[in-house]
Design a protein. Sequence first.
Length: 180
Amino acid sequence: MKANVNVFFLSLVVVGVLLYNNYDSLSETTFKSAPKPLTAAESKAALNKWETSPDGVQFKNWESSPAGKKVHAGAVKINKFIRSNAKIEGVVSSLSLPEGARLGFGVMVNIEGEEYILSMGPVSKAEMQQLKSLKVNDKIVIKSRSVTKAPKYAFAIVSGDYLERDSKVIYKRIPNKGGC
């Protein structure tokens, strides 16, 4: 009987210690603040590390190739509009994206003689109907916040924030909730 009581108390102590240690580790992670942003030196080191990785080397090789230079020149050309938050006039050149594209809904657009992929974010049903009514050679006005490039595509990718046709808004990006 006394042995059973000793085993019972010993097991209670062990379980109690385990629970206490578990609680401490949970409370430590719960109350930690957000990670500090990287310093300039840390950012540069991370960039250098990525550039020496196989993906980084492949991207650098693509960037220095004629196709990469063409895409980069297109991105630079449209950046002047994006930085000034200006409206960009374009013409729909194709209603389908290049084969294998995983950008959501989008169309090909010609802006100042250069082809771009115009990619939209989440689209409501009403906006989808308006976007599906676009036709090749429709003149549209675009506002964007960014242009990106990727080795997978032979065109720069313009993120559409605002799109109008015939002075009617057919798409407007919904800003993220809670800031950024």
